[in-house]
Design a protein around this ligand. Sequence first.
Ligand code: GLU
Length: 456
Amino acid sequence: MTVTVRFAPSPTGRLHIGNVRTAVLNWLFARKHKGTFILRLDDTDRQRSTEAFAESIREDLTWLGLTWAREERQSRRTARYDEIAEQLKRAGRLYPCYETEEELDRRRKRQLARGAPPIYDRAALKLTDEERRKLEAEGRRPYWRFRLENTEPSDPLKPVPTLVDWVDLVRRDQSVDVGSLSDPVMIRTDGTYLYTFTSVIDDIDFGITHVIRGEDHVTNTGVQIQIFQALGAVPPTFGHHSLLVGADGQALSKRLGHLSVAGLRDAGFEPMAILSLAALLGTSEPVEPHQDLDELARLIDFDKISRAPARFDEAELKSINAHLLQHTPYEKVEDRLHAMGIAGGEAFWLAVRGNITYLADASEWWAVVSQPIDPVIEDESFCRRAADLLPEEPWDERTWSAWTSAISAETGRKGRTLFHPLRLALTGREQGPELKALLPLIGRERAAARLRGQAA
Ligand code: GLU
């Protein structure tokens, strides 16, 4: 059996760090099992789904490197859903209801007042053909509910506790009491389908072997397993991962635009920093950056995902990004550095990669080595002496220690009193990359001028 998974966002908004967690866990699972990863756009909500959001989802996944073998769209599958709906109507598993929202609401309030659970009372199942015709003649259009299997023969309308259980990849033994749920609506009065229904049909038709999604879908799973069974299909294996919460423990709101993939990209985060965090948060693995998806795929195991919510902290993402760049080889960033106008080659990258949070920060250091800066002269005569002692070029990483030993021998200075004024004069800054790597990039002419206090 080939593992086949799907990532099924609705194109009603941009992808968000929370969606990335679901997407990457699916992708890694497929990779690990040499399976197939399908992108499914859940666009049955015609009002809220847009082509622009569909395109942004493709762009974001592509940028993250989460490639898909196949794309499916629910909006193109209506004929198939109609066919299955007919089948379930004939079997009595989908039944028409006519109550308005207000009527349902009043009923729920009465139930609550009586101390009864506010679940749908299946009144529509008691309607005679005559009554149904009358309602339709009044202009009411039906919506359709899926009849859960949760009753006993003695009273086919009254739900009794009925556990639907499964072994979850993450949560192990799970069960949902479908006796405590209302028969879920599957088709709206305008004939459009709800995701709970269409998702099952797609999962069957596309041969989905594993449904990996957030734990906010656990209750849906109880219902969906019954839909699979009503259609004579064996349900797939389910895995419900914990959700990301903000540093304050609150659910991550979709309104936090900067936590969209596009927002994170614009802020300068690297795909692998985002993916490493999204996949490893709330697992027993240390949250560290990994250089590629294969490396992550080897690590990730559903047994390692904890059930507790995973705390997302932007500061942590920043430090992972910095840490990732610190270990990124030149070949991986060469083209991007060139595009930024940085011509320092590998030596420059190796010199600065440990001192940046975002790749864009490399520009700042490129300016320090290749453009005039205002040197900061702490001790004029010391710096002038240091300039005089600069060796002849060519320079390499050993030049620094030869030069500073010579200065030390002459001035008797050591440690900070030796290095700090040199750093200030050569870079204009208190801190930065190792000077032994920067010095050859700055070059003799510029270094000498800066040590003499000239903007160079
Ligand atoms: N469109 C659904 C969602 O985004 C998909 C859930 C699922 O994976 O089944 O919540």
